[in-house]
Structure formats: structure tokens, C-alpha cells
Ligand binder design. Structure first.
Ligand code: WTA
Length: 649
């Protein structure tokens, strides 16, 4: 039996120190880590945000709730839009928007964004939205989605954005939980060349959410959709002013609710994660500027996430706009009409900073690097990753084929609940290691604890946060008990993120995935990511997911699900080769008992591998809740492949 909380097996020893040229022009230097916690957040609070009334108290910490920048008054839309126009930067591009259908594009300057936001805010007022009215937004990746969010913040109306791929039930649950009175949606969205009937789904959702009394519908595809008299209004038909003077920005207290972002627990109902005004804005603006080394005058920044997730809220809308950045916003999928779409976009707009997820990087690896090679990606100067641990080989692929071996990579760890990035390299400062998110951001105190709650100086354990930070969630909407139980009960006084991590001899953090996914093989507690990363290290493997299944002798045995690259086909030889590869790289203990080859892995709609479902498949259990899956057909396909797969025992 091992006494380690989580054992660590990987021996990654590649190092990438910052280049002198990057360091010389970077927004931060190593001394930023020396600034005391309070001084750091006080300074950033004053410098990054324009206050209608300055704050008088930095923070108050009444476990588990923190409040930040108390006594201050501000408005998020003012900070993200109006102040840039007032400062003479109205001609700067806020968004280069690229529609999914070929040739559709819009360029929106800050001055145009201001007029759009005012127009939308006046339209919302017209249908009864005022300060405190809860608004749901159910849209695709169109500029009006960001405009609707900003219009809500202009009026002081909290919003919840529901990802456009969610079902009617998911939408009505969220609207009911938040008490939404108004819904902003669009006729249809484009996805992989097909229209997605958002308005029709919204109608069904409203049937189960009687509190919603008015709808604003944005025209996107132009196809006819049902409109309910007295409830639904076309946005383009409302005759309202776009003059900023017609709709001043509502002064908000620092701690007033900005938005809820629902995150699905693995089993229970979704949690409405609450974020408030000032701390959130300071947190996302500070991290966005320092982590992406943003130069607002010259950078073209592209976060390729969906605004329907926290990544899009913090790093497509609020952080970049607060910093006056020029961003790319893309409506569609990376494989439409072909695998070159992303690289075309980077070439066309001269993108300098790209922020995406390991799942997307692995998809591009599977499709092959020739698609990127067909385009000039030399404008890129920095790359980012978020959402899952990044396998070292995916990191290396990103570094070589996208970053041309010159771009620093920031692997950023954070959560819907944390609001902003908490563990990350700082470009120009940090020596990076493929697969490591490196260290806590300045002003963040993180630690690894063992089973007993003692600090682990080197090795694996549970990741916790020891002090509050400005953008941390203010709780689960309407459910204090669940908030305390989920995040604060495992290690009293500490925020427990639910992730395993290890800390190495340099003090760098390596994220190991959700602790629910940890496997126990002959008494050794192994993280899934390390075995997966060794599989992905094999030249023929594009993607891998592992999980444990019950085993009479070892407690659990490892089952691996593997997607091969391009044209590679599965074979018994391949299976043996991969098992031996794992045994050779990390030892016999991690050798998968069986391997199931599959063209796709089950993923959540935000692209994370769903290992819980893989366990169900591995144990021949009936499949639990599959509603969070992006493509439910993947699991039934997997189950039949698993039944046929040769096994070791
Ligand atoms: C995982 C997304 C490893 C982690 C911003 C976390 C990561 C969950 C990383 C939150 C990373 C996110 N390395 N794991 N760089 N970033 N995760 O709420 O398990 O969608 O707890 O927020 O994603 O996912 P969420």
C-alpha cells in the first residue's frame, strides 16, 4: 500500500525559459511576485477600473464569503466600452467578427460597440428591464451576444448566458432558478453549415418557465420563426435611440450581482455560480493583461472558446473589453468548411495571441499539422490553453506547429467558480514545462494538501486556495448549504477546487484532473492524466482517456480509450504496442488492462472528457445521466466497441 494521496509518475524534464526579447517587452517582471497580496490587489483595483466612487475597504473575508472593493461604485459597460470612446479610442476595433458561412464578417469599433450597447439597452428598457431584472441570454456566437451582456450591465440587470447548444430543459431550469423575466435570443444560429433552431427551443423552454414575460429576438439567419404576439419582439423592429446620452450607465455597488453562470454538478442539478461587479472586473482585467501580455494598441487577441462558458465571459467579453483589446470572435466550428478554418482566420486578421483548449489542440493534432502549415501564422506571439490538463505531447505540438517554437505557452488553470485564472505562467517571466500550469498568479495563495489536510511540499494531493481573490464566486445562487458543502467542508477554512495536483521540487504545480477520477490500482492512487499523457506521447495516438474499473485482484484495473491519428487503424499489435509503451514509460503498475479504440471520446459540451461515463462503460453499468454530453451517440458506440475489445484478463 502506498501512503501517497495521489502518486505521480511523470518525468517530464523539458524546460522552456522565456526569450530575452520577449522578457524585455513583457507587461510584468519577476518582482511582481514580491508585491504583498493587499498592495497588489489595491493597486490593480485602482488602476484597471474607472470608479464612479472609489472603494474604501479592500476586502472583507467572512468564510466562506468574501467581498471586495467595498464602498465603491462603478459600471461594467462603462469600463468596457464608454470610457474607451471618451478617451478618444472609439476608432479602435473591439471585435473582428467572422461568421461561419464563408465571406460573412463584421468589424466593430469601440464607438460602434457603444452605439450597439445603448440601442440594445434601450430595447431592453422598452420591454421592461430595469436595475435588478434577471435576464437570460440564449444565443450563438454573434456580436449581439456580447452586446446583450453589456446592455444588461449598463442597466444593472444581472444576466445568465445559456450556451446555445443546451436543450429546452436546461434553459428552462436555469431561467426558473434565477427567476428570469426576460429572454434575449435569436432566430437561429449557424453550426457546421446547418441552422440551429434557437428560437424554437427557447419557445419550448418558456413553456416551462412561466416567469419569462418578454423576449427580444435578434435576426441572424433570416429564416422564419414563430413569434408569440405580446411576448416576443424583433430587436431590429424596435425604434429606440443609440445615443449614449439616452441611456446612462447605472452606478452599481461593488458587490451587486453581475451574472450567474450555471455549471453542472456531475449528478445533481446545475449550480448558479454567482459573480459580482467590482472584484470580478478587476480580476479578469488584471489577469487578462498580465497573462496574455496584452498590448491593446497592437495585439489581435483571439479566445476561441464560446461566450456561453466562463472562459468566454471572462476572456472574450469582460477582460479584453475592460482592457481595450482588439479581439477576434468566430461564430462556427474549427472544422467548417474544412480543417483549415482556424489557420485562415489567424492569417486573415493577423492574430497575435491565441487562447484555446486542449481538446481543440488534440483535434487539430488528429487532423494533421499540414492544415496549419498551409497558412502564415507568423503573426502569433503567444499561445494559451485552458479547460483540462494539457498532455505534454499536445503542448509540444502546439509549441512546434502553431507557435513556430517562438511563442510562450500559458497553461492557465481556473474554474467557473474562480472567475479568473489562478494558476499560470507569466510570459516573459516563467520558465514553462509542458504539462505544468506552473505557479499561482500574483496575489493568489494556493497549496496542495494531503488526505489529512497537511501541506504537501513536494508530491501529489488536493489543490486548495488559502486566501480569497477578487473574482471568486460569491456562492451558489439560492443555496448556501450546497456552497459550503461542495467547496468548504473537505478542508475547513480552505476553498477546495475538487482537482488533484502535484507540486514539484521547483514549486511548480501540475494539475492532475478531478479527484473523483483518481484510480486506485493495487493501493496506488494514480491520476488519469499521467497515463493519458503517456498514451498521447505515442506517435500514432491523437487522444486518450483512461479510467478505473473494478478488479478482483488489484482493486481497480486501468481501461484506456484511445483515438488514433489520421489514417491509423486499430489492431492487436497496436494494442500490445501501446500497453508496452505505458509500461516502459511509467511502469507496469499503469499498464492498461484493456484498450478500446474509438474514433471519438465522450466529451461535455465544453469539450472536457467525461470519464464518469467511461467508467460506466468499463463496468458494463447502465449509463448515468448523459445530458451533458456533446454527442450522446458516442457512448453507445463506445459500449459496443468495449464489449468486443480484447482484454488482458
Ligand atoms: C479543469 C474552465 C488542468 C479543472 C475555465 C477545473 C484545468 C475545471 C485547467 C473547471 C488547466 C481548467 N489544467 N485542468 N489549465 N483549466 N481545468 O468550470 O478540472 O469549465 O476544475 O472552467 O476544468 O472547468 P470550468
Amino acid at each position: 500500500m502506498s501512503d501517497h494521496t495521489i502518486e505521480t509518475l511523470s518525468g517530464e524534464d523539458r524546460r522552456f525559459p522565456p526569450s530575452a526579447a520577449f522578457a524585455a517587452q513583457a507587461n510584468v517582471h519577476a518582482d511582481v511576485y514580491d508585491e504583498p497580496f493587499e498592495a497588489f490587489w489595491e493597486r490593480n483595483g485602482r488602476e484597471r477600473v474607472t470608479w464612479f466612487e472609489p472603494f474604501t475597504e479592500l476586502y472583507r473575508w467572512e468564510l466562506p464569503y468574501a467581498q471586495w472593493y467595498l464602498g465603491g461604485k462603478l459600471n461594467v459597460a462603462y469600463n468596457c466600452v464608454d470610457r474607451h470612446v471618451e478617451a478618444g479610442r472609439g476608432d479602435r476595433v473591439a471585435y473582428h467578427w467572422e461568421g461561419e458561412p464563408a465571406g460573412e464578417a463584421r468589424t466593430i469599433t469601440y464607438a460602434e460597440l457603444q452605439r450597439n450597447v445603448v440601442r440594445m439597452a434601450n430595447a431592453l428598457k422598452e420591454i421592461g428591464v430595469g436595475k435588478g431584472t434577471a435576464v437570460a441570454i440564449y444565443m450563438g456566437m454573434v456580436p449581439e451576444l456580447a452586446v446583450a451582456m453589456l446592455a444588461c450591465t449598463r442597466l444593472g440587470a444581472p444576466h445568465t448566458v445559456v450556451f446555445g447548444g443546451f436543450s429546452a430543459d436546461s434553459l428552462s431550469d436555469r431561467m426558473n432558478n434565477m427567476g428570469c423575466e426576460v429572454l434575449v435570443t435569436q432566430d437561429e444560429a449557424w453550426r457546421r453549415g446547418k441552422p440551429v433552431p434557437l428560437k424554437t427551443v427557447a419557445d419550448e423552454a418558456m413553456g416551462a418557465a412561466p416567469g419569462v414575460r418578454a423576449t427580444l429576438v435578434v435576426r441572424r439567419t433570416g429564416n422564419p420563426v414563430p413569434m408569440t404576439e405580446g411576448r416576443d419582439r424583433w430587436y431590429h423592429e424596435l425604434e429606440v435611440s443609440d445615443d449614449p446620452a439616452s441611456c446612462p450607465c447605472e452606478p452599481m455597488d461593488s458587490e451587486e450581482l453581475l451574472f450567474l453562470m450555471y455549471t453542472s454538478g456531475t449528478t445533481a442539478s446545475p449550480k448558479g455560480i454567482a459573480h459580482t461587479t467590482a472584484g470580478y472586473l478587476v480580476g479578469v482585467a488584471t489577469t487578462h493583461s498580465l497573462i496574455f501580455d496584452l498590448k491593446p494598441e497592437t495585439d489581435v487577441y483571439w479566445c476561441a472558446a464560446d461566450i456561453g462558458w466562463i472562459t468566454g465571459h471572462s476572456y472574450i467579453v469582460y477582460g479584453p473589453l475592460c482592457n481595450g483589446a482588439t479581439s477576434v470572435m468566430y461564430e462556427g466550428t474549427p472544422d467548417y468548411p474544412n480543417h483549415e478554418r482556424w489557420w485562415e482566420i489567424i492569417e486573415r486578421y493577423g492574430v497575435t495571441i491565441l487562447y484555446t483548449a486542449p481538446t481543440a489542440i488534440r483535434a487539430h493534432m488528429k487532423w494533421g499539422h499540414e492544415h496549419a502549415e498551409a497558412h502564415d501564422l507568423s503573426s502569433l506571439r503567444l499561445l494559451g490553453s485552458v479547460g483540462e490538463p494539457i498532455n505534454p505531447e499536445a503542448w509540444m505540438w502546439y509549441h512546434r506547429h502553431i507557435g513556430g517554437e517562438r511563442c510562450p505557452i500559458v497553461d492557465t488553470w481556473w474554474q467557473t467558480e474562480t472567475g479568473m485564472v489562478l494558476i499560470t505562467p507569466l510570459p516573459g517571466v516563467t520558465t514553462t514545462k509542458p504539462g505544468s500550469a506552473t505557479r499561482p498568479f500574483p496575489g493568489i495563495e494556493a497549496a496542495i494538501l494531503n488526505e489529512e489536510g497537511e501541506r504537501v511540499e513536494q508530491g501529489g494531493g488536493y489543490l486548495v486556495l488559502e486566501k480569497p481573490w477578487p473574482a471568486m464566486t460569491r456562492g451558489i445562487y439560492g443555496d448556501d448549504a450546497r456552497f459550503r458543502e461542495t467547496y468548504w467542508s473537505r478542508f475547513p477554512g480552505h476553498y477546495f477546487a475538487g482537482d488533484g495536483a502535484r507540486i514539484d521540487a521547483d514549486g511548480d504545480f501540475w494539475l492532475l484532473g478531478r479527484v473523483d477520477d483518481v484510480m486506485n490500482v493495487s493501493g496506488h492512487r494514480l491520476s488519469t492524466i499521467e497515463v493519458e499523457s503517456v498514451l498521447v506521447d505515442h506517435p500514432k495516438v491523437a487522444e486518450a482517456a483512461v479510467c478505473g474499473r473494478a478488479d478482483a485482484t488489484t482493486g481497480q484495473a486501468i481501461v484506456a480509450y484511445v483515438t488514433l491519428k489520421g489514417n491509423e487503424g486499430p489492431s492487436v499489435e497496436m494494442l500490445e504496442e501501446l500497453r508496452n509503451h505505458v509500461a516502459q514509460k511509467i511502469g507496469a503498475i499503469a499498464k492498461p488492462a484493456n484498450i478500446v479504440f474509438t474514433p471519438e471520446l465522450p466529451k461535455t459540451r465544453s469539450g472536457k472528457i467525461m470519464r464518469r461515463l467511461l467508467r460506466d462503460v468499463a463496468e458494463n453499468r447502465s449509463l448515468g445521466d448523459t445530458t451533458a454530453l456533446a454527442d450522446p451517440s458516442v457512448v453507445s458506440e463506445l459500449a459496443s466497441r468495449a464489449a468486443e475489445a480484447p482484454t488482458d484478463d
